[in-house]
Design a protein around this ligand. Sequence first.
Ligand code: ATP
Ligand code: MG
Length: 217
Amino acid sequence: MQQTVTTLEVEAQVQPEMEIESRRVRVGLLGGTFNPPHLGHLVIGEQVARQLGLEKVYFMPNAIPPHVDRKEAIATVDRVKMVQAAIQGNSLFELELAEVERGGVSYAYDTLLTLLQKHPDYEYYFIIGADEVAYLSTWYRVDELMRLTHFVGVNRPGVPAPKSEFSIQFVTVPDLDISSTNLRQRIAHHESVRYLVPDLVAAYIFERGLYQDDDRN
Ligand code: ATP
Ligand code: MG
């Protein structure tokens, strides 16, 4: 896969007159709070990349999520380190720090403008779970956003298959009933999260004593 990106980049340099469409690099974008990242995130990234033939999937932790979270997310630096740990070992996966570096409320519309400026040859496939599909109409400047990126919806256990007014491509993934909310509760209640989060993520959580305090979950 890396090989293909490199070849495309080289071609883009030596043949600037080439049609823009023919040197588009198709990449996935998986945005989230990742509080913490879990196997559900990794499986949807892998499945969408393989099923749609994407070159890469960029995991993008947000700074402040646009919707009001019931409880505040833990420090950004910890979420970034956990995402880094989670994607380690999969050459399809990369970290995208655009939202963290920009800071403030992470509106996808602003992010896509920044990303497309930085990577004009990237064709983005924004991956969202069924719960997010249902809320898409509330996203900031969603109509304009639809012109900046494709959207890929995936099934999520406990969420009815969504119908959307927007043009969304659906990809079926194995159902994994895992959520960060449930993981935070498990950790606070000293229940096992083994095989629900990657081992390196679990190690980081326990080393740093994250999510131990019930009140924050
Ligand atoms: P929280 O419970 O804190 O909201 P989460 O598990 O939903 O956490 P997010 O970081 O909010 O994790 O999710 C990022 C993206 O991944 C969202 O689009 C979400 O719908 C999707 N997603 C997360 N877990 C799953 C899952 N198990 N199956 C399908 N999609 C998922
Ligand atoms: Mg969520």
